[in-house]
Structures are given as C-alpha cells and as structure tokens.
Design a protein around this ligand. Sequence first.
Ligand code: SF4
Length: 65
Amino acid sequence: MVHVSIDRDKCQGYGNCIMEAPDVFDLDNDGLVTLLDSGEIDATQPGVIGAVKSCPVHALRLRDE
Ligand code: SF4
C-alpha cells in the first residue's frame, strides 16, 4: 500500500495540498501542514496524489509499504 508522509520542516504553508485534498490536509496555528485525521494517509484517497504533486517544496512524499 502507498502512504504519504509529511515533512513539516520543509512545509512553507502555501496551502496547495489543502486545495487538492481539503478532507485530508489542513494548516495548523503555525501555518504548517497537518493532517485532519492524525492517522496514516492512504494515497488512494481523493486528491492525495494531486496534493503530493502540487507541493512546491516537496514536503509531501509517497512511501511504498
Ligand atoms: S503544499 Fe506543501 S508547502 Fe504547501 S501547505 Fe502543503 S505541504 Fe506545506
């Protein structure tokens, strides 16, 4: 299964991922990406692949497990 990992050290808070998958990603009070559901992100969820591709700083990565 393919999961997505987030790297908050890279995130610049552009919000592209939220536009692509608003049910999965959000910005926290620091303006950095966070998960609405704190569990693993399954890359088959709607918009997730688009979110990974849209992140300009590659803070979202696909991880094959
Ligand atoms: S698109 Fe990338 S930089 Fe923008 S909020 Fe999402 S993870 Fe952060």
